[in-house]
Design a protein around this ligand. Sequence first.
Ligand code: PGA
Ligand code: MG
Length: 220
Amino acid sequence: MSAIVFDLDGTLIDSAPDIRAAVNRTLEDEGHAALDLPTVISFIGHGLPRLVERAMGARGIPMDQHARLTEVTLAHYNAAANDLTRPYPGVMAMLERLREEGHRLGICTNKPEAPARKVLDQFGMAHLFDVVVGGDTLAARKPDPAPLHHAFAALGASSGLYVGDSEVDAETAQAAGIAFAFFTQGYCHVPHDTVHCLARFDHFDALAGLVAKGATAPDR
Ligand SMILES: O=C(O)COP(=O)(O)O
Ligand SMILES: [Mg+2]
């Protein structure tokens, strides 16, 4: 038995199109032009408040509107979190296999906890996870290691494997002293060879094999 914790956006699910739609609804409500998908993807990774801040910056909206527009965007997202979102190929089979092998699974995402739970539920994945830590579950969010420590503690493990798609996840794992497996098809914003990881993979069919080969050994 080991504990395996997953990032969500860009790792288990390709959620950027719905995130983009929510942000663009907010911008359009305010009379501003929409943002394209690559631009929105470049803003994903540090949580919703940061994403809204960057979208506002791109459109020259004064930051005194930030708290309000973050709430508005969250409401838009909660209303339509699964219209365009899809799990990456092989995700469901991989999660079920890891559970069958006796691993305990968790989520550590910077997405707010409520929509994270909702998305997992709508894809029929919620029952596979023993803990969901979102960007607003604790006072700190990734790359602070606290949310990842919290997830592993809830699983009754001090170590295991963290699986994510971005430099933020790699930094978080390193700060937490947890081994990191890097899914390369998500929303990473730096050259892939600069991402510190124990293993990298581009399809979830490969993950169970990595776990079996001992990718859950401590990273340092
Ligand atoms: O909400 C974000 O900015 C990123 O979410 P993630 O941590 O699941 O990639
Ligand atoms: Mg991610």
